[in-house]
Design a protein around this ligand. Structure first.
Ligand code: GLY
Length: 403
């Protein structure tokens, strides 16, 4: 990746992010989310909402479930319940979240559908969050065990965390393959390093994110979703897409994952290269939005009538806010990124929630799981709901990430 300064100029030249919204707008938006949580807390105490809704309704699934491709998604609901507890300190939320932590413990002990890199998503929002909010040593220990399992996916020669399969399986079809979503899994490794003082967690996370910057983020700030580095030689081969429109286009959610993962890497390492890369990816994203600032499912599409991915918009808003907080107060881009995040959130709140659909148990409509697979298209996504709530919390208080 080499930074192209003209991309930054283009985003600076835009006045589209002057939103004029007050905190009341975001408070009302968060009230709606809390209302939805309250209505569905009982139904989703021992089971979890599916990855995507069906006709705007999440189906109940077990913690480790392949139904609706939910193998990586159960912690997003737990994260919402922890956020509700953090906001209110009401025991009803803590009770449910603690039951979830117990279920994540069992899942880890059984190694139930954990042969993949999304251990980071699963254990950051359940057990790291639980430890942060309650000081539970048990939650901390589970999260550290999960971090150990994730760290074992690191491949020395290629310097990456392999997406799926056992590393010793030399014939595995995804040997040496990593995907951009993992940018949000590596914070669990950084966290484990700060908890234990064991530098190897940090090194693995740092090396993985450096490979992401080097190979997945392109010179114009867009990104590949998937990349392969030869596990024997360390030679990079090529990048492609799985959920995006075409290999050389830019899947919106993948872009959002890296927009958020890069400033989180900066938070833990203080290495400014992650800030420069984060700005670059954010500028590309902001330069490829339709009129109402809620991205289409692939950034190659900028038309107002296109199929949105609201979950990508919500993740991107969190990334923009995380980036902004690490920029000096006098950095002119700081206000720009903050305003862009607020404008995106305002647009989501105004036009993309399920507020008009009392039969729905989701929060944000118009998400997409995988358009090429015709999976969860124009539906709620449980991670979209989580990141929308997280972004609103970030706007309304000084929030310490669970990541
Ligand atoms: N991490 C899988 C996805 O974003 O669809």
């Amino acid at each position: 990746m080499a930074v192209n300064p003209t991309a930054c100029e283009a985003v600076r030249a835009t006045h589209r992010f002057n939103h004029g919204l007050s905190k009341d707008t975001f408070r009302a938006a968060l009230d709606f989310v809390m209302n939805r949580i309250d209505h569905h807390l009982e139904a989703f105490t021992d089971r979890f909402p599916s990855a995507h809704s069906v006709d705007q309704v999440y189906q109940p699934v077990d913690n480790a479930s392949l139904d609706y491709y939910s193998d990586w998604t159960s912690s997003f609901w737990t994260g919402m319940v922890w956020l509700a507890y953090e906001l209110t300190e009401e025991p009803k939320y803590r009770d449910v979240a603690e039951r979830h932590v117990a279920s994540f413990k069992t899942r880890l002990e059984k190694r139930d559908i954990l042969n993949h890199h999304d251990i980071g998503f699963l254990y950051s929002l359940s057990c790291v969050a639980g430890y942060r909010l309650t000081g539970s040593e048990e939650a901390k220990r589970i999260a550290l065990d999960a971090a150990k399992l994730l760290s074992m996916r690191f491949q020395e020669k290629s310097g990456i965390i392999q997406v799926r399969g056992y590393l010793e399986d030399r014939g595995h079809k995804e040997r040496g393959v990593f995907i951009i979503d993992c940018s949000m899994n590596v914070p669990l490794l950084y966290w484990a390093s700060t908890m234990t003082g064991d530098r190897t967690y940090y090194d693995k996370a740092y090396r993985h994110m450096s490979q992401v910057m080097e190979h997945m983020v392109r010179d114009d700030g867009s990104s590949y979703q998937v990349y392969h580095i030869d596990a024997d030689t360390g030679e990079p081969t090529r990048g492609w897409t799985s959920q995006g429109h075409a290999d050389e286009d830019c899947w919106s959610r993948g872009q959002a994952w890296v927009m958020y993962g890069l400033p989180l890497s900066y938070r833990y390492t203080g290495d400014k290269k992650f800030i420069d890369a984060a700005k670059h990816t954010c500028n590309y994203f902001l330069n490829h939005l339709p009129e109402d600032l809620v991205c289409n499912w692939d950034l190659v599409f900028t038309d107002q009538d296109g199929q949105r991915d609201t979950s990508a918009a919500a993740i991107a808003a969190c990334g923009l806010l995380e980036l902004a907080r690490h920029l000096p107060v006098l950095d002119e881009d700081r206000t720009l990124y903050e305003n862009a995040a607020l404008a995106i959130l305002g647009s989501l709140a105004a036009n993309y929630t399920t507020a008009d659909d009392p039969g729905s148990n989701g929060v944000l409509g118009h998400g997409v799981y995988s358009l090429p697979k015709n999976l969860g298209v124009d539906e709620c996504n449980i991670w979209g709901d989580y990141f929308y709530m997280e972004a609103l919390v970030r706007v309304l208080r000084d929030w310490k990430p669970y990541w």
